[in-house]
Write a protein that binds this ligand. Structure first.
Ligand SMILES: N[C@@H](CCC(=O)N[C@@H](CS)C(=O)NCC(=O)O)C(=O)O
Length: 217
């Protein structure tokens, strides 16, 4: 078995795959490919030019959801991250999509992008855009997740799934952008994020991410 993951650690989608790989205790090599101006060879792995992509021996895959589902099914050596029943698996897919396509535009592609990435490209931070994401766009999305979660330990079932990981990965980028989830307003969601962050799979890689973040600043 030889797994290569292509991308950068600060991408929430790359982080999702890394947490999944760590959960499955799979060895892999992280080959750094930036989301900007990828080399031509990378477009053969993902013609859309987005990270992450993954190679497992002869197989190459793109898209974090596709990759995580593949890893879960190919290596059933630990508890499934996809849910146990058909109903649970549907709920996990919904919440993962919600995180990847609804939270991401604001948590990652606005707060993180504007505060951390834009300055590295000599572009000014559009703080009005950040404030609109924080005050108008994200709160209703967090309200929905807070209600969905209730006082359960995990979004779906009794153990960690890709739903928890995907949501937490987006919150992590918001945090990297200097914004914590308000725990007085969304206490269950904040507690879930904190649990996922402290889990060994995520915890071990956050130290490395903090170093990269410090170097960018
Ligand atoms: N749905 C994709 C989203 C991946 C994605 O948007 N990655 C960003 C980096 S965080 C990227 O590569 N952006 C470059 C681009 O869109 O050209 C996934 O889950 O893998």
């Amino acid at each position: 078995m030889s797994i290569i993951l292509y991308g950068v650690p600060l991408s929430p989608y790359v982080r999702k795959v890394r947490v999944c790989l760590a959960h499955k205790q799979l060895d892999y090599k992280l080959e750094i490919v930036s989301p900007f101006n990828q080399p031509d060879w990378f477009l053969e792995l993902n013609p859309l030019g987005r990270i992450p992509a993954l190679k497992d021996d002869e197989l190459s895959l793109a898209d974090s959801s596709v990759i995580c589902q593949y890893l879960d099914e190919k290596y059933p050596n630990s508890a499934s991250l996809l849910g146990d029943t058909i109903e649970q698996r549907a709920a996990v897919r919904w919440l993962e999509k919600y995180a990847d396509y609804e939270l991401a535009p604001f948590a990652t592609f606005t707060v993180f992008q504007q505060r951390i990435i834009a300055p590295t490209m000599q572009k000014p931070t559009d703080e009005a855009l950040v404030q609109s994401a924080l005050n108008e766009k994200l709160p209703p999305l967090f309200d929905y997740l807070e209600d969905y979660l209730g006082d359960n330990e995990f979004f779906v079932g009794e153990s960690l799934t890709l739903a928890d990981i995907a949501v937490s990965c987006q919150l992590m980028n918001m945090e990297h952008g200097g914004e914590q989830l308000d725990e007085s307003r969304w206490p269950n969601l904040a507690a879930l994020h904190s649990r996922v962050k402290q889990g060994t799979a995520m915890h071990t890689m956050l130290e490395g991410e903090q170093k990269i973040l410090a170097s960018l600043k």
